[in-house]
Design a protein around this ligand. Structure first.
Ligand code: MN
Length: 246
């Protein structure tokens, strides 16, 4: 993800069930310059967010200038160079690498993003076609745009070393909000995601990834990482998994 890590426009979006969650309002991103957005969001929160560290944000304008005229093909070339250097070392040390998709899975602020869909994931895996060059597949990140995630898992399951299972609800205008892990609460068919992993005998790592803030924990928990909702998410994932073993 060039310049920015994950991006949202509201870290405490109130929902109708009393929780709050990370929200992305597409029109805000289109109408605002990134530095104003970062200033606005940084005021909401006094903890350091992953990818939004103060020293990194302080250099934002400079970093942006470095990406002027930078295209998706330039990113592909850099990634290829990087992988060709590191994957042979990973093979010799038995360390499996897993790339995380862009979040959101589409270009923002005019910056290219490439790990965004099935076709590009296939291209990525072929840059260096080794089992050590794999995926940290994130259903929430890929779920921010219209991806058939069970199909992506079905196609590339042997290259998934780590999976982040969470749900987001997408709206027709391009907005999305993080929801509970339940399939019926969001746009990602999390049950089918787990079924597909189970069918392939997946034995890698899984995490519930993000959670809403519930039961008042927004007072102390980092936005996006509600402890209670992540715990509920783990049990939902286990519940589906166990029902498939039954
Ligand atoms: Mn993730």
């Amino acid at each position: 993800m060039p310049v920015f890590d994950w991006t949202r426009t509201d870290l405490y979006k109130q929902t109708t069930d009393g929780s709050n969650a990370l929200f992305f309002e597409k029109s805000q991103i289109e109408d605002i310059d990134p530095i104003t957005l970062i200033d606005k969001i940084s005021k909401d929160v006094d903890v350091t967010m992953p990818g939004w560290e103060p020293e990194r944000l302080a250099r934002l304008k400079e970093t942006f200038r470095q990406y002027e005229g930078f295209t998706a093909e330039d990113l592909w070339q850099n990634l290829q160079y990087f992988l060709e250097q590191i994957i042979p070392v990973c093979e010799s040390c038995d360390i499996k690498m897993g790339i995380h998709p862009d979040d959101p899975a589409f270009p923002i602020f005019g910056l290219p993003r490439i790990i965004i869909n099935k076709e590009n994931i296939g291209r990525f895996l072929n840059l260096v076609d080794s089992p050590y060059n794999g995926l940290s597949l994130c259903t929430g990140s890929l779920g921010s745009s219209n991806n058939d995630i069970p199909d992506i898992i079905d196609t590339y399951c042997s290259r998934i070393h780590f999976i982040h299972i969470r749900n987001v609800k997408r709206y027709e205008n391009g907005d999305f909000i993080e929801t509970s892990h339940r399939a019926c609460d969001g746009s990602v068919d999390t049950v089918k995601v787990i079924e597909t992993l189970h069918r392939h005998g997946y034995s890698g790592y899984v995490r519930p990834d993000h959670g809403r803030h519930i039961w008042g924990e927004e007072a102390w928990a980092r936005p996006g990482y509600g402890l209670y909702d992540r715990a509920l998410g783990i049990m939902y994932i286990w519940g589906v998994w166990d029902s498939l073993n039954h």
